[in-house]
Design a protein around this ligand. Structure first.
Ligand SMILES: Cc1cc2nc3c(=O)[nH]c(=O)nc-3n(C[C@H](O)[C@H](O)[C@H](O)COP(=O)(O)O)c2cc1C
Length: 358
């Protein structure tokens, strides 16, 4: 793999390496893809109010993320079927995350399975589970995840049924993770998941619980009351419910509702360092980057993901310096304002040539 120096080169390489089905699965989303576009419109709409004449000779973006001394306030979120992007799948992501120093959430819908990933690459990691069995089945898996060394457990609440991914349906194609459910409305017992599930996990297990897929203040408050340890704002990268708000806008409402009681994470449309800095200004403690993770993996496995994270780190520290901020704790809402979106959003966030539709 040639050493790329821009994220644009990384995306070009991923496009070159992936066949059309897998590319569309990775970059596409649900139905009209409006939620995905709004994620980008929202991010483009927030602009900086930079400060000047602060000493930014040393900018530090290291921060703890769920107990891990992370090199960036960034997480690699769960990607089902990520073995399609690179044969090593979740283990390759784990290696890159360990080499670079960011938190990974391993999906239950990818290969290798969570126990193999933890065995091959020990260290802090979160396990995300889709419920495909009864409570005893879920309990058994959580016990095994804890025994395997996982340091956090994540339930994804925006995927109670599998959405209509039209790019895939048009081609009569589906990834392994969606194959059983693509033409039906059910997602196993995931559809019956409720606040009782959350209460049960909190009562039964001593492992931090991350609830992924929160988008409104009412649910965020309920998460805090239920003892959820991290409220994770997400619309699944626009891959589930069509016509949702941009996650960066939902973040503002959720941060206000949570009132600092637990960390708030966010994902949805984040592709660049400046995107990440905007979310940190608005109160997120960490930012997930799903397409970024998949594209880097496809561009050249673990070395490419490490390289992409190095470039992202440079973008984040550059954006902070140019906004006049040297420390993460000095980022705040006064550094951004909502200015309205400019023209057409490109869903890959600055890689317009690659968003050629289907
Ligand atoms: C190919 C792909 C597979 C995904 N699989 C899962 C999954 O198994 N579990 C889950 O909670 N989220 C899954 N997601 C959603 C991501 O975890 C994350 O929420 C989303 O990608 C964030 O949006 P972004 O891609 O614009 O960064 C998936 C996303 C992509 C792109």
């Amino acid at each position: 793999m040639a050493k790329f120096i821009t994220l644009t080169e990384m995306v070009r390489q991923a496009r070159h390496n992936l066949d059309r089905n897998v590319w569309d699965y990775l970059v596409g989303s649900a139905e009209t893809e409006s939620s995905q576009k709004r994620n980008r419109y929202g991010l483009d709409a927030w602009v900086f109010r930079p400060r000047i004449l602060n000493d930014v000779s040393t900018v530090v973006a290291r921060t703890p993320v769920l107990g891990m001394a992370a090199r960036l306030p960034v997480i690699m979120p769960p990607l089902g079927s990520c073995q399609l992007f690179e044969p090593g799948g979740a283990t390759t992501v784990a290696r890159a995350c360990q080499d670079f120093g960011v938190m990974q959430i391993v999906s239950s819908a990818c290969l290798p399975d969570f126990e193999a990933v933890a065995r091959d690459v020990p260290g802090p990691k979160i396990y995300q589970l889709y419920l495909l069995g009864d409570q005893a089945w879920m309990d058994d898996i959580i016990h095994r995840a804890i025994a395997a060394g996982y340091t956090g457990f994540c339930l994804t609440a925006d995927t109670q049924v599998y959405s209509r991914r039209e790019r895939d349906l048009l081609k009569r194609w589906g990834p392994p993770s969606g194959r059983q459910t693509t033409h039906t409305t059910g997602f196993g017992t995931q559809a019956a998941m409720s606040w009782d599930t959350v209460a049960h996990v909190k009562e039964t297990f001593d492992i931090p619980l991350i609830l992924k897929g929160v988008s409104v203040a009412e649910d965020a408050r309920r998460c805090v009351e239920a003892g959820v340890d991290v409220v994770y704002v997400s619309n699944h990268g626009g891959r589930q419910l069509d016509h949702t708000r941009a996650c960066i806008d939902a973040l503002v409402e959720v941060v206000a509702a949570v009132e600092g009681r637990v960390p708030v994470w966010v994902d949805g449309g984040f592709q660049r360092g400046a995107d990440v800095v905007k979310a940190l200004c608005l109160g997120a403690s960490a930012v997930g980057m799903g397409r970024f993770e998949g594209l880097a993996l496809a561009a050249g496995g673990a070395p490419a993901l490490v390289r992409a994270l190095e470039i992202l780190e440079h973008e984040i520290t550059t954006a902070m310096a140019l906004a006049g901020i040297a420390r993460l704790e000095d980022l705040g809402p006064s550094l951004v304002e909502r200015a309205g979106a400019m023209g057409q959003a490109d869903v890959l966030g600055g890689f317009p040539l690659l968003d050629q539709g289907y």
